[in-house]
Design a binder for this molecule. Structure first.
Ligand SMILES: C[S@@+](CC[C@H](N)C(=O)[O-])C[C@H]1O[C@@H](n2cnc3c(N)ncnc32)[C@H](O)[C@@H]1O
Length: 378
């Protein structure tokens, strides 16, 4: 924070040493305790932060503790490789919820990166680290890009049970992670690629409304479910996530599959759990053994058990199968045409159970979801 303040005061380029220091930033999710007024052990740090951040920056920092968990560079590299294997060479690429910019730092040379980050402190760090990228310190709900502006979207979308006000891209009232994916698809031009990590509840939630909206905009080329420990090293969470590879559909074409809109219940070791139809058709893309386990304080939940050491190889293999099949099925990235993206797909309101509801109060990610209000607005 002090380095950032110095840079702002002196209005100068960041030095190499300062960049090295800023590159160690691991996000507010790693220090969520500071904001908990009940914790007396963090009083000094809290006071220091209050001195360094203005009211708005402090509030944004506190607000993003629930989803500011950054992606292990191993997966970032694998995602970029998959996007390139699907045909990406150069173009405009968006990262919604950019954090400190790991996807930007590992982008191929032809990618002109735009990162959107809610927390102004983190956005300033990303901008100092990657001066050539466009970093917008704003909520993605307010990002004003035209439909079809980007050639690709990459990232790890923020997860939260909040519904943000976005009359153009969230009329369905979807929770933050699904809203980000729907808007990402809308901002991608036909034939472009959206490759994002999201909570398993994007695919497994009982309510198919968000998936229907996604499918109205783009085809699911493939998905890979990562093991429970996949984010332990970088983000200290055992949350189960999926890597989704979607292709923005050309206007007047129909979805190649609707199987992934549904998440029927399946039996797992005597318990019943929802599992997306895609994984019923492609069980080899679940990189581990599905099981229902209960922690000491947590309710029973789905886990994906696997040896973390074998993960990079398993992920490479699954992604290679998906990208090879995409080329065979005509689902690779196509060149930017002159046709504008279809403005808006059919709307499927998210009535009934909201996606991710099971992670409130006691789940592992967000860390303290009970603090999140469903009435939150930006
Ligand atoms: C799961 S982290 C991923 C960070 C980075 N993309 C990565 O993969 O390392 C999600 C990020 O989204 C940011 N975020 C949360 N809500 C947001 C919003 N409404 N608009 C933009 N960014 C948001 C958080 O501050 C956090 O940095």
């Amino acid at each position: 924070m002090r380095t950032l303040r110095l840079l702002a005061d002196e209005q100068r380029q960041v030095s190499r040493e300062e960049q090295q220091l800023l590159a160690r930033w691991s996000g507010w999710g790693a220090v969520a305790e500071i904001f908990d007024e009940q914790r007396s052990g963090w009083t000094r740090e809290r006071e220091q932060l209050r001195e360094l951040l203005d009211e708005r920056a402090y509030a944004a920092a506190r607000r993003t503790t629930i989803n500011a968990h950054y992606t292990d560079p191993t997966y970032v590299q694998a995602i970029w490789r998959a996007v390139q294997d699907l045909g990406f060479q150069d173009g405009l690429v968006l990262e919604p919820g950019a954090g400190a910019g790991t996807f930007i730092g590992l982008a191929p040379p032809g990618a002109q990166m735009t990162g959107v980050e809610l927390d102004p402190t983190t956005a300033a760090i990303a901008q100092a680290l990657y001066p050539d990228a466009t970093i917008r310190a704003e909520s993605f709900a307010q990002s004003p890009y035209r439909a079809g502006h980007f050639d690709a979207v990459v990232g790890n979308v923020p997860f939260a049970g909040v519904r943000l006000h976005d009359p153009r891209h969230n009329r369905g009232g979807h929770s933050l992670h699904n809203h980000c994916i729907i808007k990402s698809l809308a901002l991608t031009r036909p034939g472009g690629i959206v490759a994002v990590l999201s909570s398993r509840y994007t695919l497994d939630a009982q309510n198919p409304a968000a998936r229907r909206e996604m499918n109205a905009l783009g085809d699911l080329i493939g998905a890979v479910r990562l093991p429970s420990g996949a984010h332990q090293r970088a983000a200290a969470t055992n949350v189960v996530t999926d890597l989704l590879l979607l292709r923005r559909r050309e206007p007047n074409t129909t979805p190649t599959s609707i199987a992934w809109e549904q998440a029927p219940t399946v039996e797992l070791g005597g318990a019943r759990e929802r599992l997306n139809g895609y994984y019923l058709e492609h069980p080899q893309h679940v990189l581990g053994r599905l099981a229902i386990t209960s922690g000491q304080y947590a309710a029973p939940s789905l886990t994906v058990q696997a040896d973390a050491r074998a993960l990079p190889e398993a992920l490479t293999e699954a992604l290679s199968e998906i990208t090879t099949r995409a080329w065979r099925n005509g689902q690779a990235m196509s060149a930017r045409g002159s046709a504008p993206a279809a403005d808006r797909a059919a709307l499927a309101p998210a009535t009934g159970l909201w996606d991710g509801r099971r992670e409130r109060c006691g789940g592992v990610w967000p860390r303290d979801p009970c603090r999140v209000s469903l009435r939150s607005r930006i």
